[in-house]
Design a protein around this ligand. Structure first.
Ligand SMILES: NC(=O)c1ccc[n+]([C@@H]2O[C@H](COP(=O)([O-])OP(=O)(O)OC[C@H]3O[C@@H](n4cnc5c(N)ncnc54)[C@H](O)[C@@H]3O)[C@@H](O)[C@H]2O)c1
Length: 323
């Protein structure tokens, strides 16, 4: 097998490239470097600089490298930006996927892993979200991921491509400091950013119907997430994966914003009390995965906890932000 990882120089893509390489898989990365950093990739992983919207380039890359499987992570991923620029999100996340799947079908590639998101569920109100919980995304980003899943499954059926859609919950941490997420879009880097500015962390709403009133999420270490991709790729390569599979990738354990800020205080030594502000529109009170299907179908379970995630993220933050 030779796997192409789109978005391979990104935060998650580089972790996937590393985990798959260390496990002995042959991989190459495609990235337009709009958010990617080539230095994140292991030295033995070739990087093709270009876009997944470029069908001619994909055709060439598939032929030149004899690609037999694709792990597709390249996408725009910021919820607020997707609300402001929905056509861009549909063009790049859904349109880009159309181009990619056409090229995959044309090259007779039969294995495809798609990077989806818990954002497909919206605010389902379930205690544990299973893959059968109805999907009702509440922003264009989540819509593009759900439409992407439909497209992946339909193309899979039409062209004999075995597919796995991985619905990631809240990703955090780093397998090594240099692989850390450098963006400030998720809660862990947002809290680090406040502390680095000598400001108290913010909690958006503490009157939700949850045990401590703050939103509850399922945090997953990016190194565990990378291993889930390896498990998905191996299932497809082993032929055990004909048809399509859709799986939640989470720990099945809820952590509230207040609890997470307490852990961050322990890790950073900065325990200043958080400021409570108004709720943000669109935040679901609770989003926690049922992790049962991933265990049953992929033989994969997350191993790393919230403390380890936060510590590794903090080491990465200090490397990149010098605090
Ligand atoms: N980070 C999270 O919490 C999270 C949660 C759920 C799902 N996801 C999904 O995981 C994937 C990776 O996310 P990430 O956090 O690593 O983001 P990222 O921005 O770090 O990585 C995306 C990579 O794709 C590249 N890219 C973007 N558009 C491209 C294109 N058209 N062609 C080629 N390369 C392109 C970027 O340069 C970047 O390197 C995305 O599909 C995202 O929607 C992320």
């Amino acid at each position: 097998m030779t796997w192409l990882i789109t978005g391979g120089a990104g935060y998650i893509g580089a972790h996937v490239a590393r985990a798959m390489t260390e496990a002995g898989e042959r991989v190459l990365a495609l990235d337009d470097l709009s958010a990617g950093v080539p230095a994140r990739l292991p030295a033995e992983v070739p990087l093709v600089r270009g876009s997944s919207l470029d069908g001619e380039l994909l055709k060439r890359v598939f032929a030149e490298h004899a690609v037999t499987g694709v792990v597709h992570l390249a996408a725009r991923k910021q919820v607020a930006e997707s609300v402001a620029q929905p056509t861009r999100y549909y063009r790049e996340n859904v349109g880009g996927l159309v181009t990619l799947l056409d090229a995959v079908a044309g090259a007779r590639i039969e294995r495809f892993v798609f990077s989806s998101s818990a954002a497909v569920y919206g605010d389902p109100g379930a205690d544990l979200i299973t893959e059968d919980t109805p999907c009702a995304p509440v922003n264009p980003y989540g819509e593009t991921k759900l439409a992407g899943e439909w497209l992946v499954r339909a193309a899979g059926r039409a062209h004999g491509i075995s597919t796995v859609c991985l619905r990631y919950f809240n990703v955090a941490g780093a397998a090594a400091p240099e692989l850390a997420d450098t963006g400030v879009f998720n809660i862990v880097p947002m809290v680090f950013d406040r502390l680095t500015r000598d400001e108290a962390p913010r909690i958006f709403g503490d009157d939700y119907p949850t045990p401590d009133g703050t939103c509850v999420r399922d945090y997953i270490h990016v190194a565990d997430l990378a291993e889930a991709h390896l498990a998905a790729a191996r299932r497809l390569a082993g032929g055990g994966g004909t048809g399509d599979l859709t799986v939640n990738i989470g720990r099945g354990e809820g952590v509230s914003v207040r609890e997470l800020i307490t852990v961050i205080g322990e890790v950073t030594g900065d325990r200043r009390p958080p400021l409570v502000e108004d709720r943000r529109p669109g935040d679901a009170p609770r989003a926690v995965a049922s992790a049962a299907r991933a265990a049953a179908e992929l033989g994969w379970t997350a191993r790393r906890g919230v403390h380890e995630m936060t510590e590794s993220a903090w080491r990465g933050w200090r490397l990149h932000h010098g605090s």
